[in-house]
Design a protein around this ligand. Sequence first.
Ligand SMILES: C[S@@+](CC[C@H](N)C(=O)[O-])C[C@H]1O[C@@H](n2cnc3c(N)ncnc32)[C@H](O)[C@@H]1O
Length: 374
Amino acid sequence: MADLTKQPSGRIMQLAHVILENISKIDTYLKENGLPDLSLHPNAPPMVKLPQEAELNLQQALTAMDELNVLLLGPLGWLKLQVGHAYNLVSLHAMYHYDITDRFAVGQEKSLQDIAVACGVNEDSMSRILQHAVANHLLAQPRPGYVSHNACSALLSQSPALKDWVGSVCEDLWPAASRVIPALNKWPDLPALPTHTAFNLAENTTEPFFHALAGDKPRTRRFASAMGLMQNMPGFEASAALDAYNWAALGSATVVDVGGSQGVFACALKRKYPDLRVIVQDLPEVVAAAKSHFEAGDAIGVSLQSHNFFQPQPLRDVDVYFFRLILHDWPDEYCSRILQALTPALKPGARIILNDFTVPTAGSLPLFQERQIR
Ligand SMILES: C[S@@+](CC[C@H](N)C(=O)[O-])C[C@H]1O[C@@H](n2cnc3c(N)ncnc32)[C@H](O)[C@@H]1O
């Protein structure tokens, strides 16, 4: 047994040491705060909420685990893993498509045979796919031939928005991933036009992504729902944007959330600063889908308006035009057009607030974190 009080020599032992040190601190935090051990039990919380210091321990452990993984696998094993990733979404896609998580309750076991029959898929194929889901920690296997819920599948079954996000990635975005290089070959100046993208090749369409989606009601609703879920993801919470700007100083100003989707952020803003007048603008199809379940927004006085942000901005006496997760979707030239479309409406002193991704300088973050962003 290694003596963990001494700094070990050799990279893999150093990494193992970093992992044990940081995980021990997280474990102590959990125990001292009477929190349960981490598990994949169906009732486990969606994620551990750690205070800043313990979160740093978590990031350090994950970063060390990432490097240890590559070193222990070696270059051949690591490359094999990358290639394997190409097929990794299949079982999650199947769980979404066949609504597997709603076919049995938490605590219940279901035979792979019964699931296959209920889904109208041959048992052999369904078994192979769901065994992959089990191997990927997406379902539990209480005994051979049977599955039950674990924390991941239970979370999916309880969150329609999470399901929508999985569906949107698997069906709207994933097919495009394999077309990125063909798109680069076809349009070497990519992405000068929003119609010269991998999505256009995958879908055989000449329309930009959002306009293609708008022609399809279920996909429009699903994407908007997935966007709503994003507002709960770490770093994307409405509260982060609420804290990052002095909204209180605006008093009773008018704020337009341009491309505000279903109004999740707009409602959070209005709830925190009820004196603000808040309006959400989006494409007509998105607004139509949002209207059907906008009681919460109606009740607090957030309004919805159809507007294509490439057309001149119709709302004039506005203090703030807010763009959250909008500009990253468009080539620079189109971002300019979106902003220029505001100019006929801008009154003196009006502000434009951008809330969007920034990609850090290469190498400024641990590769594990940089990879997620890139
Ligand atoms: C990535 S989502 C961001 C949604 C929202 N701001 C948020 O933070 O969740 C981009 C939004 O831009 C909207 N959008 C795309 N093209 C648009 C256009 N031409 N005019 C208005 N909205 C548009 C989409 O419908 C979608 O709601």
